[in-house]
Design a protein. Structure first.
Length: 105
């Protein structure tokens, strides 16, 4: 499988985690030491993987209310044989996110 196909598959897994709020898929997708960086209302926040897991676990899944999926793979930038940046946009309930995911191909 090519690197691009692997990254596309990982992006789809990310979309599935957000849509289904599946902790099994969450655990399979994220590196144990990763962090989430976000800015909301001008305030920067860093979330540990454990804290982000809690947020996903507490969230009502969009799948449970049959919310239409709105997600898009925006860009894949292969930085090296060991690193890539994947840009995505996704809707979760009434919020829209533009995420940049650092991934290992």
């Amino acid at each position: 499988m090519s690197t691009i196909l692997e990254l596309e598959k990982a992006a789809q897994s990310y979309f599935d985690v957000l849509y289904e709020c599946s902790l099994d898929k969450f655990e399979a997708l994220f590196h144990p030491s990763c962090s989430l960086f976000t800015v909301q209302d001008g305030k920067e926040t860093v979330l540990s993987l454990d804290r982000y897991r809690e947020i996903i676990a507490a969230r009502q899944s969009p799948a449970s209310i049959a919310q239409p999926r709105k997600e898009r793979l925006e860009n894949i930038l292969t930085l090296s044989a060991d690193a890539a940046l994947v840009a995505v946009s996704v809707r979760v309930h009434d919020k829209r996110f533009k995420d940049h995911l650092a991934m290992r191909p």
